[in-house]
Write a protein that binds this ligand. Sequence first.
Ligand code: FPP
Ligand code: MG
Length: 300
Amino acid sequence: MSWISDYQYEWHERLAMKIMRSGGYIPRHIAFVMDGNRRYAKSQHLRCIEGHSHGFDKMAKTLRWCLDIGIKEVTTFAFSIENFKRSDDEVNGLLDLAREKFRDLINDEPKLNEYSIRIMVIGNINLLPEDLQKLIAKAMIITEHNDKLFLNIAFSYTSRDEITQSVETILKLGDELKPEDINERLIEECLYTRHSPPPDLIFRTSGETRISDFMMWQLSTTVIYFTNILWPEITLWNFLSGIFAYQRASIRLESFKRQKRLEHAQQAKNCNYYSERIQHFLRTLDSYRKNVLLSLSTSN
Ligand code: FPP
Ligand code: MG
């Protein structure tokens, strides 16, 4: 399958994977900022879009490593809303690459089901061409019952937009809500990541030490790992270095995260989250989102 490539492990790589798995915490959810594709293309005298295409191939390899080490949820930053400001050539090239890959993914449905991979695109897909919206909707619908690996593709995404869309959703669907229902917890429930735990580890390549408007709401307890390697050059050893950094940080972080989870549960009680009014609103939100996808995926 093009989205999860095969990887022939050398014996020492297999051993390293085994040691990491048995030696400590494995993140449940990892997020990647796949940066450095154009610098890689330049260094290899390739066209910029070939850099992105190599970036996709490396993403497929990385997903294989994630699956094999026992990570349950992966989020990749594939296209920022800011990327629309790049040259027409590059934007069209990236959109064509996405069309090709989502078509492959839909054709690979039996394999996706065999691995039980659920695809979620997080982002403002209204900003994308309609044919691509339909492909994305179809990929999400055909995998919605899978539950072994959750793969979230941030496409046409920024955090600020995600939070803005969340507020807009409350105004659009929340006729019955009262002013006192509007709180952090409700805004969080209307983010694209409503059904995901926050990332445990965020991994950014290419030496840039920025977050770039990615999952800013979700990152408050996340370990951040930066590496100088360009994304298309990432190796299993770079990946394992990130996991190791997470394991070291986890020794201190685990009790803090446990505390945060308890506070989160308590917050739900304090803010009326379990009231019928809010639960009704959240059911409306889920079915609204599902209907948008269904009508996109079945329209001609
Ligand atoms: C950042 O490198 C990378 C991107 C803007 C695109 C990332 C996309 C992929 C890896 C392909 C994913 C495709 C699908 C369909 C999921 P950059 O362009 O900022 O490179 P630079 O930092 O060297 O300039
Ligand atoms: Mg960049």
